[in-house]
Every structure is written in C-alpha cells, then in structure tokens.
Design a protein around this ligand. Sequence first.
Ligand code: PLP
Length: 234
Amino acid sequence: MIADNLRLVKERIERKCAEVKRNPAEIKLIAVSKNFGVESVKEVFNQGIVDFGENRAQELDSKFSQLGNKITWHFIGGLQRNKVRFVVNSADYIHSVDSLMLATEINKRAASLNKVQKILLEIKTSFEDSKAGLTDYSEIKDLADYCKEFKNTDLIGLMTIAPFTDDVSLVRKSFSHLRKLRERLNADNLNIKELSMGMTSDFEIAIEEGATMLRIGSAIFGERDYSKSWKETL
Ligand SMILES: *Cc1c(COP(=O)(O)O)cnc(C)c1O
C-alpha cells in the first residue's frame, strides 16, 4: 500500500515537473511520518526515501533513537525553547524558526554539539489566525541577518503552510508570496535557496510556484489516526 502510494506521489511530481519544465532532482520529497510508527518509516525508507518530517520533539527523539542518522530528519512543527536541545540533537533541518529567541537557543545548542544546524524561517502567508510564522518584512530580514551571523546556524530557506481552502488562487498566492519573499531577501544580500512548501492537498501548485522541498504525509502513509496517541504507534 505505502509503496504504491509513494510511487503515485513520485509520478505526480514528475508529471508536474515535466509540465512546468522543472528538474525533479531539484525538489526534495520529505515524507511526513508524524503519527506513524517506525515500521512505516522503514517501509518508505526501503523504497529509497531518506528525508522524513516530524512535528513533535518527543516523537522525533524517539524515532531518531530507534532509526538513527541514516535518515535525514526534518523538524517541521512548532518548537518550544525547552525542547530545542532534543531537536538539535536529532534534526538535520529545522523548518519552523519564527523568533530570535528560538534562533538564539538553536545556535547555542548547536554550538554545544559542535554542529551547524540547518534552519528555515517559518513565514505566515495566509490570513488564518491559527497559523504560526513571521509576517513583517523588516522582522524577517532582521531575523535572517542574525541567523547568518550566528556561527552554528545555516539559514538555507523559508517555509510556509498554505491556507486550508478549496480556493486554489489563495493557495497559489500564499506560495508565490514565499517565492517573492526569497527574491527580496536575496536582493538584500541573503543567500537563501530553499522553499519548503506544498503538502498532500496542494503540492502540485507548490511545484508550479517554485517549491524545492515538499512535505507530504497522508498521500504516502495514508490518513493519520488522531484518536491514537503517537506513543501507541511506536
Ligand atoms: C502534517 C504536516 C505536513 C504533511 O501533511 P499532509 O497533508 O499529510 O501531507 C506538512 N507540513 C507540516 C508542517 C505538517 O505539520
């Protein structure tokens, strides 16, 4: 089942890339394994996927200790300061940096592990109050400058979650906003490469708008069962 799902997702990515004349090799597929157990992760890993995304510090920590660093782990969830050390210990990428406080703590913890932590800034590109992320350009620019100065963080990209809506134009707007923001920051001498955008419901639009990292969960693993705690899945 999972192997078939994954094959379909890859086909859809390739088809869309061909359509908009992009090279699929420049798009990283991150399999979002939250709420699925290590057996499911192994199944996808055995199909050749090495990038996995998690949104809870403890869940990542647990899967990391069972599966280790043959997997490239992406932390994509809201991050509290007191969990930063666990996440820096296990994640290759942290996509959800949205404050100087968090960036400072990540830099400090990475330094203590002799590591340069790859990070992305989370940007709020929709008008939904429930979404996290930065909105104000000068705030984003200041934070990006700090992250470039820090010795133990490497700011490689921007991340966003599009609004949950059937209105394709709003989704597209959210993604194109992220792309334009990268252009503006890069014109201001920041060298930001990655755009982490696109999930199960909207990844084809994200590819059209320039995504370089797709975070796809349910299209690969199936529907998540939120009636079960993630702890029961491990
Ligand atoms: C869960 C999650 C995803 C994947 O969602 P699907 O709709 O299952 O593809 C992507 N990004 C973030 C930040 C998530 O929390």
